[in-house]
Structure formats: structure tokens, C-alpha cells
Design a protein around this ligand. Sequence first.
Ligand SMILES: [Fe+2]
Length: 279
Amino acid sequence: MGARSPLWPATLHHLRIDSAQPEAMAEFYARVFGLVRHELADGTLALVGGQRRVLIGRGRGKSLNFGAYAVRDQAQLEALRGYIREQGVPVLPAPPCLFREGAMTVADPDGRRVVFGLPREDAGSDARPGRLQHLVVTSRDVAAVAAFYGEALGFVLSDRVLRDNGECTTCFYRSDPEHHSFAVFQADEVRLDHHSVEVPTWNDVRDWGDYLASLRIGIDWGPGRHGPGNNLFFMLRDPDDNWIEISQDLERMPREMVARDWPHTEYTLNTWGRGVLRS
Ligand SMILES: [Fe+2]
């Protein structure tokens, strides 16, 4: 089913994280990532840079309210709207976000929303390079979430992580040639796992590490290299303990490339060393 979807190409443009302490979260993202703050119509805090944008809403902590994916043009957006309706998925108006009028929303099996639309003009540039690239969530039911993103929406499966008994613990999906723009991990709770900022060169990974050190913000995991995606990475934490990934060298896969399977081991999560298994 998903192979007919007009989703491709779609790129993660912004995300909304909910928090019980939105002011502290907004202060952190503005200061550490060099983002400019403003407020949307419903009071959602918008932190906006040239290539990375995060919305902070009031709500349960560690939760992704929505991921917002930009499509290429109005014709693609309308084709996607029609395709999703054909799948029997209710299409809802978009919440306040950074897209133009006419964006659309769907809700996944865990109640997270996915917004598709066309960006407004982006303002400014970033003092430090790094573009928002992917987001990862956890779920108690990876199979249901995978069916929704893969079949109902048309994200393309890049890699799966399987236990010895064949149970899938992680699915990575792409919506353009980069290895994943969305992934879901099996866990005992539904939450945001992390979002990623992709930097242009390995030296930028070093420079982000040095910059964070100057702020006395330590690296929480890494540096290492993921198996699926092959990206160099390290993770830091925001005030709610959500991970933020600094990533580089993410694999590129043509749309027609067949997905691969990986074992559920620490090596898969980090070929360089310690892996943090979510289940
Ligand atoms: Fe990641």
C-alpha cells in the first residue's frame, strides 16, 4: 500500500515537544541551540532558527505532541491528503505550527500527531551549523505504529531491529533519501526518545562538543556510530531529560533500496561501544 503514497519526498521541518516546564525548556533550546523565541496563537512557544525549529507546549513531559514534515509543493500536499483519506485515516486540520494555512494532521496509534504542510518563509541563519533531521519515539506497540507510518502514510522502511525470536524492536523509516526521518523503538512507555540535528562535517561534531563543554553541558551517550543509519553521533539531554542527538554522516538510501535486518544487540545501537537498549 505504502508504495503508492505521494509522501516522498518529505523532510522533518519542526516538532512540538510537550513539557510540564515549558519556560525552562524554551530557555534551554533558545540559549543552547541559538533559536529565536516567539509564541504561536495558542501560547505554544516557538524556538526558530535557520535550519532547526522546536515548539514547546504545555503538557505531559517527555512527550512528542507532533512531528511536522514539509512536502515540496501544494500539488504534493493535496495528493497526500487524498491518499491518506483513501487509506481510511481521518485527516484533521493542523494545530498552530510553523506551516502555512492548509496544512493537515493525522493521529498515529499512540495518539501522537503528524502534520504535513508547506513552510512559511524561514528567517535568519544559525550561528552553529546543524539542521533538524529526524525524530524517534518509543511505543508499547511497534507493529501498530510501523503499520501506520509504513502503510497508511507511506514512509519507506530502511532497517528493522529484530530479537532472536523475530520480534521487531525498532523500525527506521525514511521519507527522502536520508536513512530515517522517523523511527520507533519498543519500550514499556510511550514517549519522545530523541530528535536529531545533522551537522555538515565530523569537525562540527567536535565543535559542538567543545561548545557544549563551554556551557558545562556534558555528553550523555557517545560519541559512537549507529549500525542502522551508520551515523556518527552523541546525545545530550534537555531539561526534561529528552535526548537531543548531534549526528553526522547519516547514510543515504534510494527510495527503491530494500530494508535490512539487524540483531537486537548493543553493537547495533553503537558499533563503537556502549549501546543503550530501550527494551
Ligand atoms: Fe537518532
